[in-house]
Design a binder for this molecule. Structure first.
Ligand SMILES: Nc1ncnc2c1ncn2[C@@H]1O[C@H](COP(=O)(O)OP(=O)(O)OP(=O)(O)O)[C@@H](O)[C@H]1O
Ligand SMILES: [Mg+2]
Length: 301
């Protein structure tokens, strides 16, 4: 016997027996989408318009999410089962804006950045940046993708000491080889201008102050116009006034459409970031809007 109504769908019920008594009959709360069971058919509730809208809205939001961590676990090998650095982490960031990752030493911040940039691999789970499945890239694909899509800023700048400031900024462009040398040079000079150290272009990095070196590192990170800018403790080695200037520069990048992911110990980061995610033992402990989001009613200004 079969029963169909226009707004219902029907499917074979693997759980029913010949008498029509089913597991579903006995445990209805476990199957909220099932309207009723008749003999060998299960009749499913059609989603209400509100439920259907919520589902499609969630799908759209998911598409809009630029950075997506789904059930990401990272365990470093070692004695006693190794070190669990990220524990089933689920996290999404939309494109544009500045997200700060904070947490105590050892909470998994750098591990998260290493995975987002494809420098390291998760033990399990998925990481997408836009349409790119970063966890699936092999080492050489990852290096190529990173060169064109991600800019990285480090706590200790990591400028090449034998190259001038200008040459440090030129290097990622030369490696990518997208433009002619003349175009690359004018772009590198424009970037140095943007970060406020155009007059230092011919110096070696060791002749620069810490703040100037970090500005150079930011210019280098922007060289290939990446959508994602990642910074691990970029102010950790700077005095507080210089740190303010570097944070303002990163904020400026977020305001011009880049997605900035920033790991920091700066206690006041909520003032400049749009969102502050706190990690504890490799899990999200808190996920809060920064002061800018409070001021703009939830929208990134
Ligand atoms: N290469 C590695 N091998 C083994 N364990 C590691 C490795 N890198 C990190 N860990 C461990 O993973 C955990 C998370 O480390 P991670 O470097 O991500 O922390 P963090 O939040 O960046 O800390 P910090 O603020 O000190 O930089 C720590 O317990 C750390 O000891
Ligand atoms: Mg770290």
């Amino acid at each position: 016997m079969e029963c169909r109504f226009p707004e219902q769908s029907t499917m074979d019920c693997p759980l029913s027996d010949k008498s029509g008594s089913t597991f579903i009959d006995r445990c209805p709360a476990m199957f909220p989408n099932i309207l009723y069971v008749m003999k060998h058919s299960v009749h499913l509730k059609s989603p209400s318009p509100a439920e259907a809208f919520a589902a499609s809205d969630a799908r759209l939001k998911n598409q809009a999410a630029f950075v997506r961590f789904t059930s990401v676990t990272k365990r470093y090998p070692g004695a006693d089962g190794g070190e669990l650095a990220l524990d089933n982490l689920n996290l999404t960031f939309e494109a544009g804006g500045m997200m700060a990752i904070v947490g105590k030493s050892g909470s998994g911040k750098s591990t998260l950045l290493n995975l987002v940039t494809g420098v390291d691999y998760p033990t399990s789970g998925e990481i997408f940046i836009g349409e790119t499945a970063v966890h699936h890239l092999d080492e050489s694909e990852s290096a190529t993708w990173r060169r064109g899509s991600v800019g990285i800023v480090f706590q200790f700048f990591q400028l090449l000491p034998a190259l001038t400031v200008l040459e440090n900024v030129l290097l990622p462009m030369a490696l990518l080889g997208r433009e002619q040398a003349r175009v690359r040079e004018s772009r590198a000079r424009a970037l140095l201008e943007q970060v406020g150290i155009a007059d230092q272009a011919r110096k070696l990095p060791t002749a620069l102050s810490g703040g100037q070196q970090q500005r150079c590192a930011i210019a280098r990170a922007l060289a290939n116009d990446p959508l994602l800018l990642v910074a691990d403790e970029p102010t950790g080695n700077l005095d507080s006034r210089t740190a303010e200037g570097v944070l303002a520069l990163l904020r400026q990048q977020a305001d011009t459409g880049k997605t900035v992911l920033l790991v920091t110990h700066e206690r006041e980061i909520g003032r400049v970031a749009d969102r502050v995610v706190t990690l504890v033992d490799g899990r999200v402990f808190a996920d809060e809007p920064g002061a800018r989001l409070h001021r703009t009613g939830g929208k990134i200004a």
